[in-house]
Design a protein around this ligand. Structure first.
Ligand code: PLP
Length: 414
């Protein structure tokens, strides 16, 4: 992600702006002093939220179409989710993976039943989920073909995480810096280019890892033809297909998982962001042929399968996997899309479900995002586009409000 620096302090309210502003400044000052500067932040300290509305420390309201980067799938503080999480925190909050846990067992069962995958491995983030999938793919190939067949093809412009290995998997040179040596064994093919993929695959390839919509890479939607040909070539050669659903999963595209839009069945998927409804979780799911690849002590993490997090995820899945909920998402998508065609200054809109990239006629997307935030719309960017990942529960009124602020901001910037 391109880092943006936004250091200007802007008092947010007219009423007693000096003292109210101080609260904001305090949080910001402390943050800048004590937190490592790995993110450029917007000049806002968020304090609370409900649905798609967020409030800063001065009480100013924002419509949030970023959902904490697609994490708050049910918006801020969904009542049922809060209850599920609070209840579990008061029942048993952690127990280590040496014991059986009803919440994680139930979540795994639900996810397998809904998808047809055989088993789940639990972790705490998207990067960890991808690490897990990479380990499973390499071990499957090691067990069957020996240690030389270990290479993984990923796509240029992809994003798979911030660990040393998932940075290596990420097909963007800007991420391959400073932290040498990176994990070996990744080859990069051009997205939507079967020739490039064929030329990148070798008899040492054990897996391919990709997002069907490149999120951080600029909301680039892969072609159905490309994905289907790639998958059938991989099946022929026993190359495992791993889909990174970290950003695209959990109803984001109108289906529970984005691969369902492509008429394919991957061998492995990784899921994180939206699954916990706001709590950290990252899972890897595998097909039947891979279900016994991992054995005791080949993988693990202390916090993985945490009962409180899984209680939240169980609630999220129950709600989102409901066909009525997903068809409501589709309706909102159509409503939002019709509105997005109009705004002055929008060159094109690239989207699948509620994963939306907006290309501007002119002007820098990062500057525009900062202005949107000042005007009360929390929006993020992906490369040179504005990016919306609204909570799936955003209301029609909130969509209207969001588009109104976007339009106003675009007009102001002519
Ligand atoms: C965000 C993201 C990741 C990394 O997830 P973290 O939870 O930040 O580790 C991996 N892949 C994709 C596609 C993502 O969008």
């Amino acid at each position: 992600m391109k880092s943006v620096t936004m250091c200007m302090f802007i008092p947010m309210t007219t009423e007693k702006s000096d003292t109210k502003g101080m609260d904001n400044l305090n949080t910001k000052e402390k943050d800048l002093k004590y937190i490592m500067h790995t993110y450029g932040r917007y000049d806002v300290a968020l304090k609370s939220g409900k649905g798609a509305a967020a409030y800063d420390e001065d009480g100013k309201k924002y419509i949030d179409v970023s959902s904490g980067i697609g994490v708050n799938s049910l918006g801020y503080c969904d009542e049922g989710w809060v209850n599920a999480v609070s209840k579990q925190a008061g029942t048993i909050q952690h127990m280590s993976n040496y014991f059986y846990c009803d919440q994680s067992a139930e979540l795994a069962e639900k996810l397998c039943t809904l998808t047809g995958f055989a088993k789940v491995c639990f972790g705490n983030s998207g990067a960890e989920a991808n690490e897990c999938a990479i380990k499973i793919a390499r071990k499957y190939s090691f067990d069957k073909y020996g240690r030389e067949r270990n290479r993984i093809v990923t796509l240029k412009n992809s994003f798979h995480g911030r660990t040393v290995t998932t940075l290596a998997a990420t097909g963007q040179d800007v991420f391959h810096n400073y932290f040498f040596p990176f994990t070996e064994g990744f080859d990069y093919a051009q997205a939507n280019d079967m020739e490039s993929f064929k030329n990148t695959v070798s008899d040492k390839t054990c897996a391919v890892l990709f997002e069907v919509i490149q999120g951080e890479g600029g909301v680039n939607i892969l072609d159905k033809d490309f994905v289907q040909s790639l998958v059938s070539l991989c099946k022929e050669k026993d190359i495992l297909v791993i889909i990174d659903e970290v950003q695209t999963g959990i109803g984001r595209t109108g289906k529970l998982f984005a691969y369902e839009n492509y008429g394919i069945m991957p061998d492995l998927i990784t899921v994180a962001k939206g699954l916990g409804g706001g709590l950290p979780i990252g899972i890897c799911m595998c097909s039947d042929k891979l279900k016994d690849v991992m054995s005791p002590s080949t993988h693990g993490t202390t916090f993985g399968a945490n009962p409180v997090v899984c209680a939240g995820a169980n609630y999220v899945i129950d709600k989102i996997a409901n066909p009525d909920f997903l068809s409501e998402v589709e309706k909102k998508v159509a409503y939002l899309e019709a509105k997005l065609i109009k705004p002055y200054g929008v060159k094109s809109v690239c989207r699948m479900g509620l994963m939306i990239g907006i290309e501007l006629e002119n002007g820098d997307a990062h500057d525009m995002a900062i202005k949107c935030v000042e005007n009360g719309l929390l929006i993020i960017t992906a490369k040179e586009k504005l990016r919306m990942l609204p909570p799936l529960v955003i209301t029609y009124d909130e969509i209207d409000e969001a588009v109104k602020i976007l339009e106003k901001t675009l007009k102001e910037s002519i």
